[in-house]
Design a protein around this ligand. Sequence first.
Ligand SMILES: Nc1ncnc2c1ncn2[C@@H]1O[C@H](COP(=O)(O)OP(=O)(O)OP(=O)(O)O)[C@@H](O)[C@H]1O
Ligand SMILES: [Mg+2]
Length: 351
Amino acid sequence: MSDHLLEVKDVTKVFRIGGLLFGTELVAVDNVSLSLAKRAPSILSIVGESGSGKTTLAKIILKLQEPTSGDVLLEGKSIFGCHLNRDRLAYYRAVQPIFQNPFETFSMRKCVDSYLYDTALNLKVAKGRKAARDIVADALSSVGLDIKGVAGKYPNQFSGGELQRISVARGLIPRPKLIIADEPVSMIDASLRMNIVNMFLSLKEKYNVSFIYITHDLSTAYYLSDYVAIMYRGNIIEYGSSDQILTNPIHPYTELLLNSVPTIGKKWERNLRLSNIELRDDKNTACKFASRCPFVQPVCRQNKPPAVQVPGEREVLCFKPVDYALDRTTLDQGSEKLTTRRWISLGDGSC
Ligand SMILES: Nc1ncnc2c1ncn2[C@@H]1O[C@H](COP(=O)(O)OP(=O)(O)OP(=O)(O)O)[C@@H](O)[C@H]1O
Ligand SMILES: [Mg+2]
């Protein structure tokens, strides 16, 4: 039996853009590996700017898209290996999505409670509507809502925050082991965001459910998660515990993010938009961040960076020094001092 609830193994997703003759390929997810342990529920945040591949990765984990290569394992078993309805049912009992826009999750022409009943019946959590009512009521109460206040109402009769709670309740119906929440608070009023984020924390403890929380918002990621994976142009460029990554980042891109996103909910595209040059060399064989990196070295333009294991379950895709902690104090004093940090030796004297 696997020790992992979820394992994402070397997953790559390539999209073909344009026609067969003049089209090009876009690597949306590039050789990503991640795992969630089974022993205790945990929250992993996947953080990255727009277009970094977060949703594509989420869709692959949710079986909504197949990877070009690589595999996803739930409790040791490939989720793509079998297409039987029985397996599909088992999968969606264990893994549930929460999407970004609650107003798109529910049709305006259907009462929202009917979605909850459908979920209970379709996933065979309840045998009939009467049994489903108890399950729906229970799921709603676990997100702080009363079934009487929800029954028979349409989406436009709720606020965004309430609707997102209802969509969390829908996800809880099969008592999943894992919830994949793709930017679940970005469309919600700032004042209500922390309610939802706090709710995830209490659901994790109460129902033993793990979360993959996808966001562009480092503040909620830091607050909520046990682990953080930073995505950049399809790669996970830094992974580790949220404390380590957000208080003592190693990758220059993580540092840039931390310095440029002081406020909740602010997207990064304005400060960190990819230049045309970067978009053109999408299939480069060097570090994808080289053209934006303040610490770029010749080696970064020649070789792909290694995945460096740093003590404390951390991994960084960078040639940067592993003894970063020694230099942290100088880092805080001024950016020019960063260049004095030591670099990993490739053994060929190139850096
Ligand atoms: N079906 C598709 N066909 C072609 N390209 C796609 C497709 N889906 C996504 N992409 C491209 O893949 C890249 C990653 O997209 P993705 O939606 O995963 O990013 P994201 O990190 O979720 O961004 P955002 O923060 O804006 O939601 C983007 O360049 C996007 O244009
Ligand atoms: Mg997205």
